[in-house]
Design a protein around this ligand. Structure first.
Ligand SMILES: NC(=O)c1ccc[n+]([C@@H]2O[C@H](COP(=O)([O-])OP(=O)(O)OC[C@H]3O[C@@H](n4cnc5c(N)ncnc54)[C@H](OP(=O)(O)O)[C@@H]3O)[C@@H](O)[C@H]2O)c1
Length: 294
């Protein structure tokens, strides 16, 4: 791959292609929607509520993305039933989906158990990705599409314990829950690659690197003030989104799959070779989401 030039233009016209972006109302997801829309794609901006998604859509229109390229959809992504309903609605609307960017995630401030019994960070950062991928796999196959999952590299990934996913035995912390979810997403991405790439769907993982977004917005007290001020010194959301956009759009990524990328360049993934662990996790997570996707 050529040396990375931040935000270098991507030589492609995505007219007629459909791209779904979760977490499109803020930060990296908002910029990913802008980037894909600017390249000509029809972008579905997924937000927590209709009001949030519509307001983000209007913000992009005001900034020059043609209105007809942007539509919205909504779901509270920590609620599996809403995620599955969103997936079915999208599958009905789009028999072919060229790009799915699973981007939305949280860095939580407290251990919340959802009404379904999942720890909120696991539900949002892992199960929502899995439900959407599961429900949208046929439209992705029909298009020979691209799945882009947003994760993190160490030190913000690791510590997965499938015996204690919801921190009943371990001490919960927001960082620990976040790191566990980001390790899981990488392992699940390689498991999905084994299932989707034989049918022409590529699966790649983006690491945005430290980016000035709202990700630390839930943190409280002095820690909150400190961590938000650190995030404010990080790269811009447009720079953070660049790798996601490039993975979703670049002709250089045609046919390239199972890669972990930052700044358009490949990183090692320490979990890639753990096929047994990845398969175990994939099956376990499929059991968790089964009531909503079957
Ligand atoms: N920022 C970084 O330094 C960094 C580094 C590595 C990886 N990442 C990853 O980059 C991705 C984007 O994060 P960001 O930094 O752009 O953070 P952000 O500004 O907080 O954006 C997160 C997006 O996800 C949405 N979201 C979260 N929970 C949701 C829910 N239950 N239902 C619907 N939408 C929900 C948020 O909507 P609401 O505003 O409604 O909550 C928001 O649009 C994440 O996967 C994150 O882990 C970020």
């Amino acid at each position: 791959l050529p040396a990375y030039t931040p935000l270098a233009p991507i030589p492609v016209n995505l007219a007629g292609r459909t791209a779904i972006v979760t977490g499109a109302t803020s930060g990296i997801g908002f910029e990913t929607a802008r980037g894909l829309g600017a390249l000509g794609a029809d972008v579905v901006m997924v937000g927590r509520t209709h009001a949030k998604a519509a307001s983000a859509r209007h913000a992009l229109i005001r900034e020059g993305v043609p209105a007809e390229r942007l539509t919205t959809a909504e779901a509270d992504l920590c609620r599996p039933q809403q995620v599955a309903a969103l997936g079915r609605e999208l599958a009905d609307r789009y028999p072919r989906i060229d790009v799915l960017v699973n981007n939305a995630a949280i860095y939580p401030a407290e251990r919340v158990i959802t009404p379904e019994g999942f720890e909120e960070c696991w539900a949002t950062n892992v199960l929502a990705y899995e439900i959407l991928t599961t429900v949208l796999q046929d439209p992705l196959r029909a298009a020979g599409g691209r799945l882009v999952n947003v994760s993190s590299r160490a030190p913000m990934a690791g510590g997965l314990d499938t015996q204690d996913l919801f921190y009943e035995r371990r001490r919960w912390s927001g960082v620990a829950a976040y790191k566990q979810s980001k390790q899981a997403i990488r392992m699940l991405s390689w498991a999905w690659d084994r299932r989707l790439s034989p049918d022409g769907v590529t699966v790649n993982v983006a690491h945005p690197d430290g980016t000035s977004t709202n990700i630390a917005g839930r943190q409280r007290g002095l820690w909150g003030v400190l961590i938000r001020s650190i995030f404010r010194t990080q790269r811009s959301p447009a720079e953070g989104a660049d790798t996601s956009i490039w993975l979703a759009a670049s002709p250089a990524m045609d046919g390239r799959t199972a890669g972990f990328y930052v700044d358009r360049g490949e990183l090692d993934c320490e979990y890639r070779d753990d096929i047994e662990g990845g398969e175990h996790l994939w099956k376990y997570v499929q059991e968790q989401i089964d009531p909503w996707v079957r």
